[in-house]
Design a protein around this ligand. Sequence first.
Ligand SMILES: Nc1ncnc2c1ncn2[C@@H]1O[C@H](COP(=O)(O)OP(=O)(O)OP(=O)(O)O)[C@@H](O)[C@H]1O
Length: 260
Amino acid sequence: MSGEVPRLEVRDVTVRFAGVTALDGVGFTVEPGSLHAVIGPNGAGKSTCFNVLSGLCRPASGSVRLGGTELVGLPPHRIAALGVARTFQNIALSPHLTAAGNLMLARHRLTRAGFLACGLRLPSARREERRHAARVREIAEFTGVAAHLATPAGLLPYGVRKRLELARALCLEPAVLLLDEPVAGMNGGERREMARTIQRVRAGLGVSVLLVEHDMDLVARLADEVTVLDFGRRIAGGTPEEIQRHPDVVRAYLGTEAPA
Ligand SMILES: Nc1ncnc2c1ncn2[C@@H]1O[C@H](COP(=O)(O)OP(=O)(O)OP(=O)(O)O)[C@@H](O)[C@H]1O
């Protein structure tokens, strides 16, 4: 499948908030099927970068292209429909819906007309519904949440909810998956489980993954390429090994958390 996954190209993106340049001419490329991490100290611009890619924030200038398609200026639901799906730092699941319900809701976003037909209980819609349910089960198995499908999302342990959030993003059948701090707040066991899940998803589904993460062990273990931001600027890019030796990166992290 990675043969069909388009390249994501971020070029010269600048974002300004009153008095603050959150991103200053930032550019990088996520190669098809690769895992690309964006790291940097607090306030470096990582979240802003994600918000630009998913359409929540419009840059003052610059471009984001998925294959031949310009994403800047498109609303978030169009960007998701084109194949860029994201998770959030703070889990955004419906707590009263079951895990399966949350995933089915995401599937319905794929086909809005399907949702209407489904409400009218047309036979074609019932077939479609069964197909969606089968795919939801497949994705749930991939992400290790299949045993929890009947449980309301709000009652699940934190680590499972984070994997469910990832499963929900995958329900949109993305070409590029944006993961916003997927192991934040997790204990060691949950972190290892999430790392395995990300590896499985990437290898099994062939999607590209763009990861924002503070956990350097995870980045070193998973990433093919790393982009380092500091004060809104891209200060370095390369493999995890190259990044850890880069003098500007070491300097940027001094006094905060040194990359392990
Ligand atoms: N909506 C906003 N209005 C004003 N300033 C903002 C806004 N969002 C972000 N900023 C500023 O832009 C800069 C980059 O913030 P951003 O949240 O992207 O950094 P980050 O690397 O994600 O930080 P963290 O690791 O703490 O999440 C910071 O100086 C921040 O204060």
